[in-house]
Design a protein around this ligand. Sequence first.
Ligand code: TMP
Length: 197
Amino acid sequence: MNKGLLVALEGVDGAGKTTQSKAIVRWLKKNGYAAKYTSEPTSVGAGKLLSKPGFTASPALEALLFAADRIGHVKRVIEPGLRKGYVIVSDRYTYSSIAYQGVILGDVEWVRTINKFAPKPDVAFLLDVEPRLALSRIKRPRSRFEKLGLLEAVRKIYLDMVAAGELIVVDGTKPPKQVTEELLAKLRPFLPNPRCR
Ligand code: TMP
């Protein structure tokens, strides 16, 4: 039985997911929760390969590699953490594949299928920022996906998932502290009592 809580943060490149995921974990720890920050793609195996500068693969292979990396992440980090009662905050999760690889491949359903072994998070947020603004925040380009047209299509899929009730939307354009407060206000109803492990 899982005792912990799995939280996912999603958004286009430059939306502020990493800053916000880390801020949530800091708050959780300060308030008595066992909490852990983790991110995808991971830094091992398929994730390491996907993050290599200059790495390219056909879109279908890339989608499979993201899914393979996620299975490793679940087995290595997420499931053991949940079993120990941790609140695991994942900076990107399955929804990133659905949105990014869904757009690139034009087949969201297949991307969902190859990710069906990843457990559904207890709560997943979309940090919503218009791609033009999000891209303007990026100081050093890091990802081959940081392109306006692509990110606009990615955002549309994210917003479809909000409409379908899969993601909870938070306005990521507000000052960072305010965004953290809004995220925490929406997260609180899902949190168990602290120190009850
Ligand atoms: P990051 O900048 O959040 O580390 O993510 C690296 C890039 O990988 C980012 O542009 C989004 C992309 N990505 C996917 O396309 N599919 C995925 O499943 C994941 C986890 C990331």
